[in-house]
Design a protein around this ligand. Structure first.
Ligand code: ZN
Length: 96
């Protein structure tokens, strides 16, 4: 394994897929540990998690009394865009 800077990877995408479940506390502790370990070394994923958390809270605030259900496709699409933007916002290496 080359010891380079952490780059957006398949793992980031996998973590992204898990994050919404993570927020719903529906993941096994093992998986939460895995996500937290990844977040400790991946600022874009941390930023994304913050965006996700805010979005989820916003969605829930619009539906008082409703059971917090799975995120809608619309919200997922929006979150995916946020995530892609976070990944693209990373320095791609080299001097700025
Ligand atoms: Zn990541």
């Amino acid at each position: 394994m080359p010891a380079g800077p952490h780059r957006p990877s398949e793992e980031c995408r996998r973590i992204f897929a898990l994050l919404s479940e993570y927020l719903d506390a529906e993941l096994p502790l093992e998986t939460c540990d895995e996500i937290e370990a990844h977040l400790s070394d991946c600022p874009p994923c941390v930023e994304f998690l913050e965006s996700l958390r805010r979005t989820v809270e916003l969605c829930r605030s619009f539906e008082p009394g409703e059971m917090p259900g799975p995120l809608s496709e619309e919200v997922r699409a929006e979150l995916r865009q946020l995530y892609e933007k976070a990944l693209r916002g990373r320095p791609s290496g080299g001097a700025p």
